[in-house]
Design a binder for this molecule. Sequence first.
Ligand SMILES: O=C(O)CCC(=O)C(=O)O
Length: 281
Amino acid sequence: MDFIHLKPEQRQSFNEDGFLVVRKAFDAGAVARLIDAGDRLAESFLNKPEVINRPEYNHLDLRPGLLREKALLALVSHPSTVSLVVQLLSPNIHLHSTALIYKRPESPEAPSFRRGWHRDIRIPRDLGHGGLPLVGIKVCYCLTDFQEPECGMTLMARGSHLRTEPLSIPKGKVDPKDVEVCDLKLNAGDALLFENRIFHTAAPNRSNRVSKVVIYGYAYRWMKPEVYLDVADARLLEQADPITRQLLGGYKDVDTPPWALQQWAERHNVHPKSVPWTVEI
Ligand SMILES: O=C(O)CCC(=O)C(=O)O
């Protein structure tokens, strides 16, 4: 995997906002290959008759089976995004989740479907909202342009990753009042990195085209991947390059060092802080 240096201003913006936009993360050829692959997986969804006033009918959130497509498998170790994830999180990571999210146009009058502000991985259910750890980063790859308001992009509450309480939503409304809600303007080929603690939500697609994204989540290797990723295909692992093998869960236990990304990071002068068990006093 090629090394892409994380700029200090990118780190700062990720730390302050809880998300980071990477412009032109993949080229037009990759966009076309990913759309081909995504459309194949979404074929029955795309061929359903349009029911404009049934928003639930117009959203596809497909989780299993993505890695059977070559273009989607190649994305697992995509340099311009995964390099940054390693520098923001750690070399000790693996793929934690996959999703193909397509949204067909919805009626502007229909109530907002799946508007549900949340933090990822359900950690606050156990630990509460205070002092939450950063344990995972999702990469949202845009396969279509997102230039209009409410055209299907996931909404981000800027800076809410550091919030120590639930979001406050005024009665009868769907969005919080005291945080900046970002409906980001992105192009096909751009990627949006966002961390597990940031409050975010699905948003409607009120445009006249189908919106398309692929979202891959990466997390520390001691975090159990989503159940549909559990059984890594042996043949797939055998054929994969060492970094992809690590990301697909190729090391059986967490005591095995994350050799592939650790060596890659060292080669590129990325040295995660060392945390000893004991210190001499
Ligand atoms: O469908 C969406 O835009 C929301 C995706 C989301 O909430 C997630 O990936 O955690």
